[in-house]
Design a protein around this ligand. Sequence first.
Ligand SMILES: NC(=O)c1ccc[n+]([C@@H]2O[C@H](COP(=O)([O-])OP(=O)(O)OC[C@H]3O[C@@H](n4cnc5c(N)ncnc54)[C@H](O)[C@@H]3O)[C@@H](O)[C@H]2O)c1
Ligand SMILES: O=C(O)C(=O)C[C@@H](O)[C@H](O)[C@H](O)COP(=O)(O)O
Ligand SMILES: [Zn+2]
Length: 366
Amino acid sequence: MKLLNVDLGERSYVIHIGAGLLQEAGRLFAEKGIPHRSPLMIVTDRHVAKHHLAPLRQSLEAAGYRVCEAVVEPGEKTKSLDMLNSLVATALENGLDRHSTIVALGGGVVGDLAGFLAASYMRGIPFVQVPTTILAHDSSVGGKVAVNHALAKNIIGAFHQPLMVLYDTSTLSTLPEREVRAGLAELLKEGLIWNREFVHWFDEHAEALLALDADALREALYQGCKVKAHVVSQDEREGGLRAILNLGHTIGHALEAVAGYNELLHGEAIAIGMVGAAKLSIRLGYPEAETVYRETKRLLQKLGLSVSIPAHYDTEAIMSAMMHDKKFKEGKMVFVVSPEIGRVEIRSDIQPDWVREIIEQLKRED
Ligand SMILES: NC(=O)c1ccc[n+]([C@@H]2O[C@H](COP(=O)([O-])OP(=O)(O)OC[C@H]3O[C@@H](n4cnc5c(N)ncnc54)[C@H](O)[C@@H]3O)[C@@H](O)[C@H]2O)c1
Ligand SMILES: O=C(O)C(=O)C[C@@H](O)[C@H](O)[C@H](O)COP(=O)(O)O
Ligand SMILES: [Zn+2]
């Protein structure tokens, strides 16, 4: 078992990483002081429920908690205001009050949706993150919770930190292969922005990670969560530094929105976006940027990910979707770029025509 602290003063919390944590949840909830009087609500999706809902529920009930559940449809389209509305109804019907806790069991979709339910229900109640995907090393930590709008990703949301994160690595054994690859892309991002040694380690352990080797996964998730926790501890509400976690997301989020949240997985879109950011870094003239580009692309392809934008995506639609990026200031583009592996910069002197050209190039990338 590995433990990490997210240091946020009175909102600090612990990330528990290890096998078998679902079975320990009841004890850990009680130790955390989560009250028994008010019902808990587990929010999960249909895929996750099939494999992992019963042990979590049993553990909580065995510890004396009253538990209700909401099982949503899997997929990015579920991160919507309509779904939030329906979850509020479920919470009311089951008598959730201000002392109730929401439990997000699943990947980033469930984490963001259930987290935003917790942030908004009765003006905010506590929640616990129980991530079940590799990608959720990122989404379960840091308190960004949100739903999407047709025009823009994560545009209705809040900052609301969980009470704790219970990362049961044994849940990952049931992850579909495509989700493994997509999650590893976001994990690689943590190294590219902050930790050059982790990128080398990642390269050496890529096959083990793809094979879901337990030791490699635990170490990688620990390193990924460590970067995330460190950055969030310094800049909880994205006054500045936290924006580095958005490497690849300016193009990536636009691709997700243009595709109607229905084609590219988040990690797949971010993979393409990171190659775009590396190309932009070359354009900006950083001496090491060619290496960043070559290595980013090689590592993503080693994971079996595509680094090209599907040719039928309309360039101007991507450009328009990008203009809703939350980093942009006064209508000016703001991009996270990569001067060298393990270090990024935030640049606000980006010409839209450079980005347009890169999007066109990414459609021909192989
Ligand atoms: N809040 C943040 O800081 C943050 C950070 C990164 C990503 N995100 C968001 O996270 C979302 C992507 O998260 P994701 O990649 O985890 O996607 P996801 O939640 O859609 O899960 C991926 C798929 O795997 C299935 N699944 C999940 N766990 C499983 C398991 N253990 N076994 C079998 N199937 C399982 C799900 O049902 C789903 O079909 C995006 O909406 C993205 O915007 C948020
Ligand atoms: O936690 C952050 O900050 C991030 O940027 C992490 C991203 O990986 C994540 O996709 C996040 O949801 C993006 O947030 P947004 O503010 O760009 O919508
Ligand atoms: Zn992301």
